[in-house]
Ligand binder design. Structure first.
Ligand code: ADP
Ligand code: MG
Length: 345
């Protein structure tokens, strides 16, 4: 280590990963894709590959146990890893779970965490095959690795989008972010006066989007049944804008996305407006929806358009045309990522 000191926020999360890993080369021919996509791709044979993705959740950074029940946390931690396997157009089969816990937690609390993990294993048909357990000085850290499988011809990278492809998103967006705003508000109210009951009525959908997100394994199944091979795909963990930019950068393309096409649930809109937030800004820049963003060839328009779980929100353009968001008045606004940056502030 040199004497100079560079602050983490100078690089940001992705800059830091690039910086730390730039001198690594892949030595094994089985490593088809290393760093840089939703999961690594390791060749099994000519037909199939293994997919591996890992994610870490830290108390106080990614979750707050004041409003995130441990059972939900366990479920969510598995779901977000399965989501990364979905984003490669694969199927998750196993997980490993590593935890670091302080003695603030009784065994009953960890049992609750594992109830959620168990529920998710049943839902996503994955096997818990290992992990690690250690003590921590404060708080809870949870790291899950998901292992999946896919046919080599089905695997979908961030880098495959081509000019004229259609940009598609599953489900609806912004709900998880607005749900988080609601939980944060009620936490403040509770802190100010613990006798006041939280006011969460009528907001079950956005709360569920934040507390119990699902990996879109159903979308992967639909695509298979429809015989649609996406040209690129990513899951939406950091907000639509950030993920579109990832696809465009990796695929060396531009795109146009249309504000009016972005799917936002009515409950998300009502709650967003209540918070003085623009619902579509929540969809663009909020995080944790865990929907899938993908591109398909023009010829698949009918198949995708007919499916109520998928919305076509734009199309891919030449790289030099840039990445633009077209608002309801038809004005083109250049898209910049305002996704989570944990190193900010
Ligand atoms: P995702 O949002 O899909 O979970 P990330 O943005 O966390 O993906 O990571 C982007 C890529 O960088 C992935 O390929 C991931 O495996 C890799 N990566 C992240 N952190 C590290 C690290 N500390 N060392 C090596 N690779 C990393
Ligand atoms: Mg991902």
């Amino acid at each position: 280590m040199s004497d100079s000191r560079t602050e983490l926020n100078e690089l940001g999360e992705f800059g830091l990963i690039d910086h730390l890993t730039k001198n690594f080369i892949n030595r094994n021919s089985s490593t088809i894709k290393g760093i840089g996509d939703d999961a690594a791709v390791i060749k099994i044979n000519e037909d199939e590959s293994r997919l591996i993705s890992t994610d870490m959740l830290i108390e106080g950074v990614h979750f707050n146990l004041m409003y995130m029940p441990l059972k939900h946390l366990g479920y969510k931690a598995v779901a977000v890893n399965v989501s990364d396997i979905c984003a490669m157009n694969g199927v998750a089969e196993q997980i490993t779970v590593s935890i670091a816990v302080s003695n603030r937690f009784p065994i009953e609390a960890l049992e609750e965490l594992y109830e959620g993990i168990h529920l998710a294993c049943e839902k996503y048909k994955v096997d818990l095959v290992g992990g690690d357990t250690t003590s921590s000085l404060s708080g809870l850290t949870l790291s899950i690795t998901a292992i999946g499988k896919a046919n080599n011809t089905a695997i979908t990278y961030r880098s495959g989008a081509k000019e004229f492809d259609l940009l598609v998103v599953s489900g609806d967006l912004g709900g998880a972010y607005v749900g988080l705003q609601l939980l944060e508000r009620e936490k403040e109210v509770f802190n100010a006066n613990p006798n006041i009951q939280p006011d969460l009525d009528g907001n079950d959908y956005i709360l569920q989007r934040q507390l119990k997100p699902e990996a879109r394994v159903d979308i992967i199944q639909f695509l298979k049944e429809l015989e649609v091979q996406p040209t690129s795909m990513i899951d939406i963990s950091d907000g639509l804008a950030s993920e579109i930019l990832h696809i465009c950068k990796a695929s060396k393309v531009g795109c146009h996305i249309y504000d009016e096409k972005i799917p936002v649930d009515a409950q998300t809109s009502i709650a967003a407006i209540d918070f003085n937030l623009d619902p579509h800004t929540c969809a663009l820049n909020g995080g944790e929806d865990y929907e899938l963003l993908f591109t398909v060839k023009q010829e698949d328009f009918e198949k995708v358009n007919a499916n109520p779980n998928m919305s076509i929100i734009g199309h891919i353009t030449d790289e030099k045309d840039g990445v633009y968001f077209i608002d309801k008045q038809g004005a083109a606004i250049e898209l910049t990522a305002q996704g989570w940056n944990h190193f900010k502030d």
